[in-house]
Design a protein around this ligand. Sequence first.
Ligand code: DX5
Ligand code: ZN
Length: 215
Amino acid sequence: MQISPSILSADFANLEAELRRVADADWAHVDVMDNHFVPNLTLGLPVVEALLEVSPVPIDCHLMIEDPDRWAPGYAEAGAQSVTFHVEAVRDAVATARAIRAAGARAAFALKPGTPFAPYADLLPEVDMVLVMTVEPGFGGQAFMADQMPKVREAREAVRRHGGEIWVQVDGGVSATTIEQCAEAGADVFVAGSAVYGAESAAGAIAELRALALR
Ligand code: DX5
Ligand code: ZN
């Protein structure tokens, strides 16, 4: 059970300090948005490179961008330890996943809430993680979509059948009140933005989420 706090809800003027607040986490989740794939703009490769210099935890890059075929490998080459692209945006998922892995990172594909898992099951041999979005990508602080739990179950089942160690990540609206159902459905990596950065103690929130996921 791994917790990946999303810095989308952090203070963007103090990212180094904000990364230190989540030093107890397994990952720091960095949402890259390009204002095209999603209607929001955050940060790109130069900022990720700077974060990698100072982060006490590995960086889990979630690319909500058009043309990940072109851009995703660069994040892996920069040293991001995990790079996730969206199937709705990618042209050649196999080549993109292979390029990410060739650069030494874990590769993952992400599914928006309206995108089914089954057509992408064949990609499992190419990846280390599947991300099931539990909100429409673009913004932090949105309401959790419990209707995505069957997809988490389906992904977990497929991973089990496939064998090997492939993680199932959930992202969006994950909190102390929603994490248990995610874990129960088969998720094992939990992204949480507002639930961690909105808490008085980020370390306390991470510990609480971890304990609930393990129940
Ligand atoms: C949404 C992002 C999420 C977001 C989650 O597009 O992919 O990572 O930061 O934020 P919360 O946990 O507040 O829903
Ligand atoms: Zn994300």
